[in-house]
Design a protein around this ligand. Structure first.
Ligand code: APR
Length: 251
């Protein structure tokens, strides 16, 4: 059990129960305890791989098979993964709190699988594929690649329905996330290295609008100086502890 002290957060919990909004930004670290690799740090997916060779429109145009093999490998892991105690605790919090939004950079669908409902997927989802010809969304392909997946309607190549480096986020999703960050009373940053924009700017938007920012991450990140409290432990430990403190304070 790592040592973390929730004291800086406890006085804010009754406000959240009374309806002040909570926003939770998550990254790959929240799915680490579901057995899914993170991107950066030891054993991360970008160790030994260049993101621009696997997760960019240029890479897909140059070598769609290599890109699809990478995503088929990730999909196989995601389909075998189950929500962990951190995902489940966030879903429990959402049932306890009148206003809560999960903004995730993750594309693994585990927040929805855990029962969270109010989710903004900033970087898309691995669970659907999108046609490069007619733009329709379809369930992501099963099994190994090749063969390259093609649209049943128009025959064009399908691509993973995720936001690649160099691509813009959905303006609708981004605006909803930025609005939520600027309207919240408390903002958790969980399991993200906070180095990829624009997601990494949400905590600053929240803090500037007067929210208390809390970081949940075993490692130090550039975000720490902004935080009212830092819990240097895993999401699957800290989030259930926070959910339990909320339950203790239900009026
Ligand atoms: N609990 C909480 N945090 C954890 C845990 C854990 N059990 N295990 C690891 N972490 C932290 C790491 O310390 C690290 O700070 O999770 C973070 C993961 O950082 P990244 O691998 O950079 O993942 P993320 O921040 O989600 O990446 C952002 O980059 O490659 C793109 O599109 C991709 O959405 C991704 C974006």
């Amino acid at each position: 059990m790592s040592a973390f002290d929730l004291t800086p957060l406890l006085d804010l919990l009754p406000e959240l129960l009374a309806g002040r909004p909570l926003v939770v930004l998550t990254g790959a670290g929240v799915s680490a305890e579901s057995g899914l690799p993170t991107f950066r740090g030891p054993g991360g997916m970008w160790e030994g791989n260049r993101p621009e060779d696997l997760a960019s429109p240029e890479a897909f145009a140059r070598d769609p098979e290599t890109v699809w093999r990478f995503y088929a490998w990730r999909l196989e892991k995601v389909r075998a993964a189950r929500p962990n105690e951190g995902h489940l605790a966030l879903a429990r919090m959402e049932r306890l709190l009148p206003r809560m939004t999960v903004v995730t950079q993750n594309v693994d669908g585990l927040h929805a699988a855990a029962g969270s409902r109010n989710i903004l997927e900033l970087h898309g989802t691995l669970l659907t594929a999108r046609c490069t010809g007619c733009d329709r969304g379809v369930p992501a392909p099963e099994g190994p690649v090749p063969p390259l997946p093609r649209c049943a309607a128009c025959g064009a190549l399908l691509r993973p329905d995720v936001v690649w480096f160099g691509e813009a986020l959905s303006p609708v999703t981004w605006k909803a996330a930025a609005d939520a960050a600027e309207a919240c009373a408390v903002f958790f940053v969980v399991g993200t290295s906070s180095v990829v924009a624009p997601a990494s700017s949400l905590a600053l938007l929240a803090a500037r609008a007067g929210a208390y920012v809390f970081e949940i991450n075993p490692e130090e990140t550039p975000l720490a100086p902004l935080a009212a409290g830092v819990f240097r432990a895993g999401a699957a430990e800290v989030l259930p502890a926070i959910a339990a403190e909320l339950v203790r304070r239900i009026p």
